[in-house]
Each structure stands twice: as structure tokens, then as C-alpha cells.
Write a protein that binds this ligand. Structure first.
Ligand code: AMP
Length: 117
């Protein structure tokens, strides 16, 4: 299996390497970022591999909705739904995507005014 098909996030999903999973179901896994940029920094990934946003088609509509729905669920769980948070998805080199596996960053727990947008 090549790197793109079996990268670090796939290993986290399958619990082949250690991570702090905060939520998991049949379709999605959410875990703490190993290098958090804020007090709350969670990575949300579909269990089934998608490389990045460019690969999304209509057949992914349910899982994309589920990623957003799960992000809000975790924001509520972490009690930052009213204080606020950011959801960030990086795509490819200029977008700052390092891990070639579609993922959403849920960031909060601090005022995020120093971010680009
Ligand atoms: P990106 O730059 O959008 O590809 O983000 C990748 C994120 O994955 C970074 O914020 C990393 O800190 C995080 N990361 C990399 N390896 C791990 C890991 N083993 N466990 C948790 N987070 C990780």
C-alpha cells in the first residue's frame, strides 16, 4: 500500500498508532492535533480516504455534511459553540496541506484574531 493510501491519518483511524480520539463513528474520526495551535485543536477526518477538497464529488455529499455536523457537535462538547471557533480545510501546497488526507481543523478556546481570516 502506498503512502497516500495508508498515511498517518489512516493509521490513527484504524488505531494502529496512538492518538487522542475525541469522537469516532462508522463514517468519521476526530482526534487532538499533535501540535495544537490553540487550546482546542481537533482534526476531523472521513474514515474512507479522500485526498483533498479537489477530489470531492456529489457522492461525498453525506460525508462532507457529516464532517461539519461532527465539528459542531465537538464544539458544543468542548463548550466553545457560543464563544466561537474556526473550521479550516487546507488544500495542497499553497493552502498549507501537509497530510494528503482530507481533514478539517476545529480550532478554538482562545480569541483567534491573529489568523488570516
Ligand atoms: P495540514 O497542514 O492541514 O495538512 O494539517 C496536518 C495537521 O496534522 C497538523 O496540524 C499536524 O500537527 C497534525 N498531525 C500530524 N501528525 C499527527 C498525529 N500523529 N496526530 C495528530 N495530529 C497530527
Amino acid at each position: 500500500m502506498n503512502y497516500e493510501k495508508k498515511n498517518i491519518f489512516e493509521k490513527i483511524i484504524k488505531k494502529e498508532i496512538k492518538s487522542e480520539i475525541v469522537y469516532q463513528d462508522k463514517k468519521i474520526t476526530a482526534f487532538k492535533d499533535i501540535n495544537p495551535k490553540a487550546p482546542i485543536h481537533i482534526i476531523i477526518v472521513p474514515n474512507k480516504f479522500i485526498k483533498n477538497m479537489n477530489e470531492i464529488t456529489i457522492k461525498h455529499s453525506k460525508i462532507i455534511f457529516h464532517m461539519f455536523y461532527t465539528a459542531v457537535k465537538i464544539a458544543k462538547m468542548k463548550n466553545i459553540d457560543f464563544s466561537g471557533y474556526k473550521l479550516i480545510i487546507n488544500c495542497n501546497k499553497d493552502g498549507g496541506q501537509i497530510i494528503p488526507y482530507l481533514h478539517m481543523h476545529l480550532i478554538g478556546g482562545i480569541k483567534l484574531s491573529n489568523f488570516i481570516v
